[in-house]
Design a protein around this ligand. Sequence first.
Ligand code: HEC
Length: 199
Amino acid sequence: MKKAGKIIFGGWVRMACLVVCGVALSVACALTLRTTDAQAQATQSVTPTTAQAPAATTAAKVAGAYPELPAEQGKDVFVRVCSQCHSPDNVMALAQGREGWENTVSQMVGYGAQGSDDDFTTIVAYLAKNFPAPAAAKINVNRATAQELATGLSLTQTEAQAIVQYRQANGDFKSIDDLKKVTAVDAKKLDAVKDRLAF
Ligand code: HEC
């Protein structure tokens, strides 16, 4: 009897324990899950703000840096990519067309400049817009040397020399029509550069 009573008692105690523990466990579980949910939600709503804040601050800082560079579209990308090795304001010493800037940028990629294709397209656009080739200078046809006439007006050496000889023999040119009297020169070439002729 003693033995059996012990067993029964032990059985009851164990049962009670299991039930209590089970309930306690599920309550604890439910509570934990709820807290985790709440935490997850809290984290979700906070994450985008914390993730964006540093990026935005950096972009603003980058765009605000180098005030000597025009604050035009693409400046942030340009400064980020092109200040890795040297100050980006060394571009100010150059003034060239889009093709020239494409060459400069590919040269920098060759040196190891890091960026995406989009970055480099943006950079070339920024540079071509803000540091374009200077407007072609005017050439004074009464003062320029034969060499200056040839390179400045895209003439052959023979044509340029003919202009110099003509003006030595006949005095200064007054207009493009005077210049066209130099028969050795292709008149079409003169028309092509008429905006850049100075007398
Ligand atoms: C990985 C390093 C590096 C990065 C990044 C870099 N450069 Fe350079 N850059 C150089 C070096 C090296 C020179 C000097 C080359 C020389 O003297 O010929 C130079 C020189 C220049 C020059 C002067 C060249 C000249 O012909 O006068 C310009 C302009 C220039 N870089 C523009 C840029 C631009 C624009 C970017 C961004 C696309 C850039 N660099 C990014 C390494 C770099």
